[in-house]
Write a protein that binds this ligand. Sequence first.
Ligand SMILES: Nc1ncnc2c1ncn2[C@@H]1O[C@H](COP(=O)(O)OP(=O)(O)OP(=O)(O)O)[C@@H](O)[C@H]1O
Length: 318
Amino acid sequence: MIEAKGLKRSFKAKGAKGKTIDAVRGIDLSVREGEIVGFLGPNGAGKTTTLKMLCTLLAPTDGSATVVGADLRRDPVEVRRRIGYVSQAGSTSPEAKVGEEIVSHARLYGIDKQVAIQRGKELLTALDLAEIWDRTCGSLSGGQRRRLDIVMGLIHQPRLVFLDEPSTGLDPQSRANLWNHIRKLRDELGTTVFLTTHYMDEADSLSDRILIIDHGTIVAEGTPAELKKRVSGDTITLTLRTEADAVNSGGIATRLNGADAPVIEANVVRFHVPDGATALPVLLGDLTKAGIDAIGVDVNRPTLDDVFLTLTGRSLRD
Ligand SMILES: Nc1ncnc2c1ncn2[C@@H]1O[C@H](COP(=O)(O)OP(=O)(O)OP(=O)(O)O)[C@@H](O)[C@H]1O
């Protein structure tokens, strides 16, 4: 669906003569049919610039790409026909009726009015919006409007859709609902989805594969589970009855396969193991054998923020 090599985009910095900002510094990326790929990075990392290049809205300074089989530089018109693009700002005007917006948008792609009405109604139903055809766009909730934006982006049946920060501004319930609908689109229509986000929970729960971008460069890629495995493993936190038990437990913990040096604070012991789920029964067995009674145990899996922190030394939240 996407094959990009050395994509680069620089901007002239305002006010500073001759100075340039390297927003995207030569990235390679590849997206397979049917995948949901999340492009995750902090503000200013280069996500929107990359997306706009792939959607033909911004010319690359260097590099090349094929998008749904069409060459980005030589055949941008064909790329545009084959993709859907849902911008952060959305594409509906508040006073227009939903049905009219859908039909006039479809007409831009040369779609016959009757076909547009039929497809529009099917897509609205698929996104749980069956009843809104005659409503004005401005009367919809934030979550409904985002889903309507997606309907507009899909009206010409693209095989690949780009979503720029799809859930920005939505409450937690509407975000989770939107994610379910995006997954359903992929499952039922087979639409490939490429989305940008700076929310790690969005990337984590929605993406089959994540590309992490920082300062215009892709710093890691993989499934959410693969990326988290790159962090020093799971954290086990043991709470014991006494400080002496904590010291003894620390000694037992170091004998676990792949465990790092434990940090002991009063009656709490904290350390990392490659896989908490397999280490825990062994640890609890060893503690029982030593006559030590743990009063609390927690296993925490790394988050994508831990991944970003390990890779860049900064938090995604900063
Ligand atoms: N038209 C422009 N002129 C000058 N600089 C720009 C322009 N567009 C983007 N930049 C700069 O390029 C860098 C990357 O911006 P971009 O919008 O791609 O980041 P982003 O990861 O999408 O961030 P956000 O999450 O805030 O949307 C930033 O430093 C930004 O200030």
